[in-house]
Design a protein around this ligand. Structure first.
Ligand SMILES: Cc1ncc(COP(=O)(O)O)c(C=O)c1O
Length: 402
């Protein structure tokens, strides 16, 4: 079979033509030669040296595993109630009828895109952003249109630009609250302004709140969830065990629907029909969910403490070089580090790997508007963070030297 036949056999959504970038190549080379890496992008909580209550997790799943199969597209009632109770514990007033269980937040996005848009339609989202949405949108044959978050005292939605990029084929606005990697929460007023644009166009607002439980330096603590703000449009807030309980391996997420009653009911009817084709969430994890959310509090507390400690340590260590700034992190697991634009972000990240074995995310990975940003995961084991921060100071100082 010729190469042409291979290329036409698969859809463009399989992304088989994706090429590795320079950083990926350098990293692969270093791994292949067995050289040590100090990974400041570690974001898998199960491999970051946290203390997991594995016995209790095992017992909760084992009791769920004894149950018969309960095929419920929106999730079994006990699991929906467990999510409602979890959200109530953070001050939300929620009914289980407005909650749906999914296998992950990514899957929830996929269901929402199927619910709200047809192939060829568009979804609007802010940048800088974690590069997940463009892939999820492309998988549904949707286009992602972006508008900027602008940083003055804090990162904020550029409402003017948002309004400008909206087209008749835009079917939803998706915002991450707090955003990854800028850590910025949306204020109630920002949510309201975006919701008014949605309501005027008859489109939905999707609020990804996976990091909502991690306020770090937010001036007024945690901003409210979008569905708690009485918004005039159909609204979805997304969350899941992967961040709220540090348990990505258990594959359980959720969404909560808000907004006008009639739209809420129709949306849930559509979601039920879509999820009925997959029935992807395992029964045992749903049965175990009330207990997992209870146990997850200890993992969440460890992550909050680690992120706060690491953020202070990172700031103390990096600001030894005066041209480096660690931007305020209102919430989440990432810190944005401003470095002088002496080279491109990619060249800086590649040099850190090649000369020091230190791995950071270059800003372009998140679509920052310009060079001068690297991103560090606050989940990194603290010793690695300190060890990896020194070479950043060294390299930037050397580059900045006259
Ligand atoms: C902002 C954001 N949303 C969603 C996800 C995916 O979450 P899940 O593991 O529940 O699919 C991630 C993963 O890191 C993320 O950063």
């Amino acid at each position: 079979m010729g190469l042409g036949a291979y290329l036409t056999m698969f859809s463009t959504r399989a992304r088989l033509d994706a090429q590795p970038n320079k950083l990926t190549e350098v990293l692969a080379h270093r791994r292949a030669t067995g050289s040590r890496l100090i990974d400041l992008t570690a974001s898998n909580p199960t491999t970051c040296g946290l203390d997991y209550p594995n016995r209790e997790i095992g017992e909760a799943l084992a009791s769920g595993a004894r149950s018969s199969y309960q095929p419920e597209p929106l999730g079994i009632a006990a699991a929906r109630e467990a999510v409602a109770a979890h959200l109530r514990s953070r001050g939300e007033s929620v009914d289980l009828c407005d909650v749906m269980i999914t296998a992950s937040t990514s899957e929830a996005y996929g269901y929402l895109f199927k619910l709200l848009a047809d192939p060829g339609d568009a979804v609007a989202t802010a940048r800088p952003a974690y590069p997940l949405l463009e892939h999820l949108a492309a998988s549904e044959s949707l286009e992602l249109v972006q508008f900027p978050l602008v940083r003055d005292v804090r990162w904020q939605v550029d409402l003017h630009e948002l309004e400008r990029v909206l087209e008749p084929r835009t079917r939803a606005i998706a915002l991450v609250h707090p955003n990854n990697p800028t850590g910025s929460y949306l204020t109630r007023n920002e949510l309201l302004a975006v919701a008014e644009l949605c309501a005027a166009r008859g489109i939905a607002l999707v609020s990804d709140e996976v990091f909502h439980d991690y306020p770090l330096e937010a001036p007024d603590g945690r901003a409210p969830s979008a569905v708690e703000c009485d918004l005039p449009c159909l609204t979805f807030s997304l969350g899941g065990l992967s961040k709220s309980a540090g348990m990505p391996h258990l594959k359980l997420g959720w969404l909560r629907v808000g907004g006008p009653e009639r739209l809420r009911r129709e949306a849930l009817r559509g979601l039920e029909a879509i999820a009925d084709d997959y029935l992807s969430v395992a029964t045992p994890v749903q049965i175990a969910l009330p207990r997992l959310l209870e146990i997850g509090a200890s993992v969440r507390d460890q992550i909050v403490s680690r992120c706060r400690l690491n953020l202070r340590a990172l700031r103390a260590s990096l600001t030894a070089e005066r041209s480096i700034e660690v931007l305020p992190v209102e919430g989440g697991w990432s810190a944005v580090v401003r470095v002088p634009c002496l080279t491109s972000d990619e060249e800086l990240a590649v040099a850190l790997v090649e000369y020091f074995g230190v791995v950071v995310h270059p800003g372009y990975f998140f679509d920052f508007d310009r060079d001068g940003h690297i991103v560090v995961s606050l989940l990194t084991p603290p010793d690695d963070l300190l060890e990896g921060a020194r070479p950043i100071v060294e390299l930037v100082s050397a580059l900045a030297a006259p």
